[in-house]
Design a protein. Structure first.
Length: 239
């Protein structure tokens, strides 16, 4: 989805990471931080970046692992990194990483010769907390992407794309109803998340599927499907 400022960030970050991955296997630099509000799609973005890197330079070419920082604190870190050697480790809610784990991770990345690529993801506050816990660790994460707060128009674009992936389209009148639903869940102290928008679409799809008489009427009048066999979500599905 088009988001203002993201293209420039992605180009810069991908260029930096590719340069590192194409050089000598060294995990002491070129690792990535993704920061943004909860539910903004950081993990999806992280996995998409890994896929883009693999297409561009064939690396990382090992296993891809994902773990929550609290769980990481309880693991044998050396053993875990061996399992994803040459691959990628995505650490969610990185701000929950304790000091001992942060120091150990920094030292192990310094010693790593497999080309392991690590992604830390959290809110800006969480990222600041973990990087402040150990200077050595902070120096290894030289690439940063900040996912901005989405505008309502961007959230609607996302909603339409998400619905399309599931085999649905949203008609023009229903788009206005979707705008209203998104506006109604806005909070002063917290941005509306992609997770919340997904829930709106999932609910609309469930309503359409259980539309009873209206659904039967639409089937008979052929208004339920587009020419390419997508199911149409209407205003009533978003009420």
């Amino acid at each position: 989805m088009p988001v203002k400022g993201m293209e420039m960030q992605l180009c810069r970050v991908l260029s930096g990471i590719v340069a590192r991955l194409k050089g000598e296997p060294n995990s002491s630099t070129g690792n990535l931080v993704i920061q943004g509000s909860q539910g903004c799609g950081k993990t999806v973005l992280a996995t998409s970046i890994v896929k883009a890197l693999q297409m561009e330079c064939g690396k990382p070419n090992g296993r891809i692992g994902k773990i929550d920082a609290e769980a990481l604190n309880k693991k044998d870190l050396h053993q875990l990194l061996q399992k994803v050697a040459g691959g990628c480790l995505i650490i969610e809610r990185a701000g929950e990483m304790d000091h001992t784990t942060a120091v150990s991770l920094s030292l192990l990345l310094e010693q790593d010769k497999s080309g392991l690529f690590v992604v830390l993801e959290d809110t800006a506050i969480g990222i600041k907390k973990v990087l402040a816990s150990d200077d050595g660790l902070a120096k290894k994460f030289t690439e940063t992407i900040t996912v901005p707060i989405f505008t309502n128009d961007e959230l609607v674009v996302f909603a339409k794309a998400y619905a399309n992936e599931l085999g649905y389209v949203i008609d023009e009148v229903a788009v206005l109803a979707l705008h209203n639903r998104i506006s109604n869940i806005e909070k002063l102290d917290q941005a509306t998340t992609l997770v919340e928008v997904k829930e709106i679409i999932d609910e609309a799809i469930e309503r359409e599927a259980n539309g009873g008489i209206r659904k039967a009427f639409n089937i008979l009048t052929a208004k339920r499907y587009t020419d390419d066999d997508k199911i149409v979500l209407t205003e009533k599905d978003f009420e």
